[in-house]
Design a protein around this ligand. Structure first.
Ligand SMILES: Cc1cc2nc3c(=O)[nH]c(=O)nc-3n(C[C@H](O)[C@H](O)[C@H](O)COP(=O)(O)OP(=O)(O)OC[C@H]3O[C@@H](n4cnc5c(N)ncnc54)[C@H](O)[C@@H]3O)c2cc1C
Length: 382
């Protein structure tokens, strides 16, 4: 009997895992099924460029079918419940899938209800619709106070709000309204974002570009009628335009299935990526509780580790000792505006040492953006 492998989510982690398994497993040894709520795969880093009028939406979305080989089945449905004791996944439209191996790749989603007034009072670039809404607001922005901030941790792509600050500063300069605009960046930490060495690089650059960095700012509520951000520290930031990263949540079905921690993230072994206390269940990408960036790059480096363990089990062999362990590797670019970027390469033991921003890294980022559909989700170059 072929092994039943079920992958929940067809985003970065899910599509990549399915492709790698299909390539690695001997023909006929497994049946691979991917369940996805929409059947569309989104390139989320592109939301930033949509908001800043540098790209259009057509580039960001592909039919999941076009990214997976024919021998991978796709089920377009929402996961309703996971029952790990009977190794079964219930779907919202009905029906249930039995599994021998389960990979949970349901990602994270912005939770606009997580902060009172956020949805009505602020913009964001954390979904395609929101990025398009922000693009329209920026097109008509005539200057004033622009507040950029993080309204809850953790959130995906920790450098993204910093990148937005640099890029919007440049955008407003080119539009001729920079001298009429005050830019305030609100961070809940004692620095610009989670990664210390990169924040140290960013702080003087913010100062040079006139972006005011406000630290230890924990956003409590947004008052849409008075255009104010209120903080837990009892401070008030007035704004003409607010761009806030919403708090994030995992998929509801995971929380209600009782397999997450209280915040909704899957307790995951940092090396094997197995969900703790569950047999043959793996977690990848944003859905985990791992203390590293929720980023596509994380999922990219995690996928081969899960694939090696499942393939070894299906083939009845011992997993490769190194290829079956994740060391926390993440590689991501950080755009700093003016056609420059830097790169952050790190793992569990080694923090990044970002090089001085240059046109080279900006070019590399755009090369990656253009190559994405031919590489990452298809498992090429992994
Ligand atoms: C503005 C922005 C910029 C970013 N920039 C970068 C960057 O430069 N570099 C980088 O590495 N990362 C970046 N990211 C982060 C990156 O996009 C995510 O971390 C990555 O997509 C996570 O992969 P994933 O597979 O865990 O989840 P996702 O890619 O989000 O996929 C999750 C999938 O699960 C499906 N799903 C969810 N719930 C259910 C359910 N109940 N039933 C069935 N299916 C379900 C969804 O439909 C989706 O297809 C950025 C993100 C944003 C928003």
């Amino acid at each position: 009997m072929p092994a039943e492998i079920v992958i929940l989510g067809g985003g970065v982690g899910g599509a990549l895992t399915a492709n790698l398994l299909a390539k690695k497993l001997p023909a006929g040894s497994a049946r691979i099924r991917v369940v996805d709520a929409t059947g569309q795969h989104l390139y989320q880093p592109g939301f930033l460029y949509i908001a800043l009028d540098q790209a259009n939406a057509g580039w960001l979305s592909r039919d999941l079918r076009s990214l997976l080989p024919e021998n991978v089945e796709i089920i377009i449905d929402k996961v309703a419940k996971i029952d790990t004791s009977s190794r079964k996944v219930n779907l919202e439209l009905g029906g249930a899938l039995n599994y021998d191996y389960l990979v949970i790749a349901t990602g994270s989603r912005p939770n606009y209800e997580g902060v009172s007034g956020l949805k009505e009072g602020a913009y964001s670039f954390y979904s395609l619709t929101e990025a398009e809404r922000l693009r329209e607001a920026l097109r008509t922005f005539k200057g004033g106070t622009l507040v950029i901030g993080v309204a809850g941790m953790p959130y995906k792509c920790p450098p993204a709000p910093v990148e937005f600050a640099f890029l919007v500063e440049e955008y407003l300069r080119k539009k001729g309204v920079r001298d009429k605009t005050t830019i305030k960046f609100l961070s809940p930490l004692n620095r610009a974002f989670t990664i210390e060495s990169a924040s140290a690089l960013v702080a003087p650059m913010f100062a040079k570009r006139g972006i005011e960095l406000n630290t230890f700012v924990n956003i409590d509520t947004v008052d849409p009628s008075n255009h104010e951000v209120h903080t837990l520290e009892d401070e008030v930031y007035s704004y003409d335009l607010a761009v806030l990263v919403p708090p994030h949540s995992g998929a509801d079905a995971l929380l209600t299935s009782g397999i997450t921690d209280s915040a909704g993230w899957l307790p995951t072994d940092p090396k094997t990526l197995r969900v703790e206390e569950q047999e043959d269940v793996f977690a990848i990408g944003d859905a985990t509780n791992l203390p590293i960036s929720k980023s596509g790059s994380t999922a990219h480096f995690e996928a081969p580790v899960i694939v090696e363990q499942i393939a070894a089990a299906v083939e009845g062999r011992v997993p490769h000792p190194k290829r079956s362990r994740y060391g926390g590797k993440v590689t991501c670019f950080l755009e700093t505006g003016n056609h420059q970027a830097t790169i952050l390469v790190f793992d569990y033991d080694n923090p990044p040492k970002p090089p001085r921003p240059s046109v080279v890294w900006h070019g590399a980022k755009w090369g990656f953006n253009r190559a994405y559909w031919f590489t990452v989700p298809k498992g090429r170059g992994v």
